[in-house]
Design a protein around this ligand. Structure first.
Ligand SMILES: Cc1cc2nc3c(=O)[nH]c(=O)nc-3n(C[C@H](O)[C@H](O)[C@H](O)COP(=O)(O)O)c2cc1C
Length: 191
């Protein structure tokens, strides 16, 4: 029964070569519905709802990724964010809500040290679901972590107490994923 789910997981790959368009069967509203469902249904510690996301596209995507590119000094370091600016159709920005994490720390002091990790884990799960779902819908995507730069570029557009966790950059695939090697890491049954 889980075979289609496992196939989706195996099919998801890092696709860097993107065109700044959507496949013809897909609208940005479809992408929004998908990400909304993932934010709703991804579990969070104590069911706290710590995850948030926004989707950047159009002029905002260009200006945010332009700011990230400009803020990086080394020429080599500008390459990836410039490619996102010019070649991705959009980017999903993932956040965790620090007020929720602080509330949990106050409410459950025994777990206080763990809540930032729990928030990051739950956010990572949402990132993986989103990456897999968008590629199932015919998009290509890659995951980035220009967190501080993106936070600065989004100042005033999202609440200050949202921490940027990752960026999933998407568009129409322009080339397949590269070769990949796998660590088998056998899973044993201890009986
Ligand atoms: C938690 C996590 C963080 C990652 N961060 C980055 C990143 O910052 N930049 C990047 O180009 N790729 C990043 N990647 C992509 C990995 O390099 C990639 O998933 C890995 O090489 C396996 O390739 P695949 O995605 O094609 O299966 C990240 C992946 C994961 C799971």
């Amino acid at each position: 029964m889980s075979a289609p789910f496992l196939k989706s997981i195996a099919t998801r790959r890092t696709i860097y070569a993107l065109k700044p368009e959507l496949p013809s069967a897909l609208s940005i509203a479809d992408v929004q519905k998908t990400i909304q469902a993932i934010i709703k249904d991804t579990p969070t510690a104590f069911n706290s709802g710590v995850n948030h996301a926004v989707i950047l596209t159009g002029a905002t995507h260009k200006s945010v990724w332009g700011s990230v590119t400009d803020a990086i000094e080394a020429e080599a370091g500008k390459k990836r964010p410039a490619s996102v600016r010019d070649e991705a159709y959009g980017s999903v920005i993932f956040f965790t809500d620090d007020k929720i994490t602080e509330g949990l720390q106050e409410g459950f002091p025994a777990f206080a040290a763990a809540f930032p990790d729990f928030a990051a884990h739950a956010n990572g799960a949402a990132q993986m679901f989103a990456w897999t779902a968008l590629e199932e819908d015919g998009l290509g995507a890659h995951l980035q972590h220009y967190n501080g730069y993106v936070k600065a570029a989004l100042a005033g557009k999202v609440p200050e107490h949202w921490t940027v966790q990752a960026q999933l950059c998407f568009g129409t695939p322009a080339a397949p994923a590269g070769e990949k090697t796998f660590a088998e890491n056998p899973v044993n049954i201890l009986n």
